[in-house]
Design a protein around this ligand. Structure first.
Ligand code: JFZ
Length: 531
């Protein structure tokens, strides 16, 4: 279907273009364009295959034939405990990617890695004509230079608090394998760097002191570990090596739980490799063990798979872990796609770069308007929005990040009521913005202000609760609200109109807070149109 649509659109464009040329040119061009079209079709097929196999671009397909799954979920689909309820109320989180990759900041000796590495935190994989000579070796020795004298976890935590983050996800160890805590199980840690001190501890303590919950990001995958082979182990030697790696992973995770008992959860990554996928018995037992050691621990769906290799969701379509962890740099278009599951959306400021990127020029970096829009989109669908920061090699945030944190914080100070502890409002989506709901309060965060200043809210005719009064959170001003019974044929909704004062100006999104109460009048029963 996708393939068909894509080629259709392309051929229309190409035909229109061709028509304006002479007959001779046309034939000649047609041959060229046929080739292009063939290439496009092939490309679209590849793309189509990818799109249909991806799990986060539409509603999930129902599994028709249930099978016996031994390594399915260890926790119920919708945990009702306190820790998970807390998770549901976070609204906004902060992600921090920090590690050795912060030192180069996506460039080396004036040469940009933009075209040579997948992302700034992937800079160790820099290859091609721009890659510095002997780059991997240079990278693997960066730890000798890791001395972030400007790092002060308390400053980070203060900034996060001011921004309005309720939880933090912090990289303890990314794909390069460098641990930001002094792990007993490897030498490749912060302890070996000139900085020496335990960074994870400082971060966990500082954020906890600010009342911000901490989750630890942990990459299973390690580029730099000879026991991690990056494919399914086949020979007995490979198997022995990988078993050592698994044991090492288990040790590190237990170590993190023991060292930092305040943490609320793990955010796992790098679990897509066959070696990990085939270790389902190990990962199942490990998840069980981690949960037993740390009651209430929250683990996302990216940790493991069932015995049939199904990741995130088992072969019966049941989610593995406590929340959906696949909304990375994307959001569901419709609330219904989520089927009530908990989820988070993790987001970068640059297009894709999680680690420090010194140079923000020539790329689009999201504005606070973009980010607030995404935040409200997420919370309106019961998800948490987690904004990523990539501090530099000295431990300081990028100036652009400082600016965004301030702008988001300023906005949230006024409008936070619409963000925290809210739930999906159950109303039809509005073109004007996003609805959120808490008790008898309904919030509409307006991003698109109507030209006539009338904010129209559609409410089901049968609703027992409807907007009865409205104010602007911005200044507490109360707004005129009236019932508008349009009487459209077969319409299940009735409408409430809120008038925005012409004198009210805002160059940012603003929130209309409505009190919900019993409807004062029922909409008229009208005859259906006879046709
Ligand atoms: C991973 C990492 O490789 C990356 O460096 C960063 O840490 C990010 C948060 O996580 O990247 C991914 C992982 C999963 C998807 C995409 C990028 N995914 O499921 O679409």
């Amino acid at each position: 279907m996708i393939v068909g649509r894509a080629t259709y659109i392309w051929s229309i464009n190409i035909d229109l273009f061709v028509v304006r040329k002479s007959h001779f040119q046309r034939n000649n061009d047609k041959m060229k364009y046929n080739k292009i079209i063939t290439a496009l079709i092939l490309g679209s097929i590849l793309l189509g295959v990818k799109t249909t196999s991806a799990q986060w671009t539409g509603p999930r397909k129902k599994v028709e034939n249930k099978v016996d799954v031994k390594y399915g979920p260890l926790t119920p689909g919708h945990r009702a405990d306190e820790a998970m309820e807390r998770f549901r109320n976070y609204g906004l989180g902060q992600f921090i990617h920090w590690g050795l990759y912060a030192i180069p900041g996506n460039e080396w000796e004036g040469v940009s890695a933009r075209k040579g590495a997948a992302a700034s935190e992937w800079i160790r994989t820099w290859s091609g004509p721009t890659a510095p000579k002997d780059w991997k070796n240079t990278y693997d020795n960066l730890y000798k230079k890791f001395n972030p004298t400007g790092f002060d976890a308390k400053n980070w935590a203060k900034q996060a608090k001011e921004m309005g983050a309720k939880y933090l996800i912090f990289t303890t160890k990314h794909h390069d394998g460098f641990a930001l805590w002094p792990s007993k199980y490897t030498d490749y840690t912060v302890k070996k760097s000139p900085y020496k001190k335990d960074i994870v501890k400082q971060v966990v303590d500082a954020y906890t002191a600010e009342g911000i919950d901490v989750f630890l990001y942990f990459s299973i995958l390690e580029w730099n570990n000879s026991n991690y082979i990056g494919k399914a182990p086949s020979s007995p030697e490979e198997k022995a090596k990988f078993n050592k790696f698994l044991e090492y992973t288990r040790n590190q995770l237990l170590e993190l739980l023991e060292n930092y008992p305040q943490i609320k959860g793990f955010w796992f990554d790098g679990t897509w490799d066959q070696s990990w996928i085939q270790s389902y018995d190990f990962t199942y037992k490990l998840e069980k063990e981690l949960r037993e050691k740390h009651p209430g621990l929250i683990i996302g769906s990216r940790f493991r798979n069932d015995e049939f290799g199904k990741r995130h969701f088992d072969s019966n379509g049941d989610m593995l872990g406590d929340y959906e962890q696949g909304w990375e740099r994307k959001m569901p278009k419709e609330f219904e796609w989520l089927e009530g599951r908990d989820w988070d959306c993790v987001m970068t400021i640059p297009p894709n770069g999680w680690g420090y990127m010194k140079d923000w020029s020539g790329i689009y970096t999201k504005t606070s308007d973009d980010l607030i829009d995404m935040l409200m989109n997420c919370v309106s669908m019961n998800g948490n929005f987690v904004l990523n920061f990539g501090p530099d090699g000295n431990g300081l945030m990028h100036p652009g990040e400082d600016k965004l944190a301030k702008e988001i914080g300023d906005w949230i100070k006024i409008n936070g009521e619409a963000v925290y502890g809210v739930r999906h409002a159950g109303l039809a989506p509005s073109k004007l913005g996003y609805f959120t709901k808490k008790e008898d309060n309904l919030y509409l965060t307006v991003f698109n202000r109507p030209v006539n200043n009338i904010v129209r809210i559609a409410v089901p005719k049968k609703a027992v609760e409807v907007p009865v009064s409205a104010t602007i959170l911005h200044n507490g001003q109360s707004l005129e609200l009236s019932h508008t019974d349009i009487g459209l044929d077969l319409d299940k909704n009735t409408y409430y109109d809120i008038r925005l004062p012409n004198s009210f100006n805002s160059n940012k999104a603003f929130v209309i807070k409505m009190k919900l109460g019993k409807p004062k009048a029922q909409s008229e029963k009208l005859m259906d149109a006879k046709m």
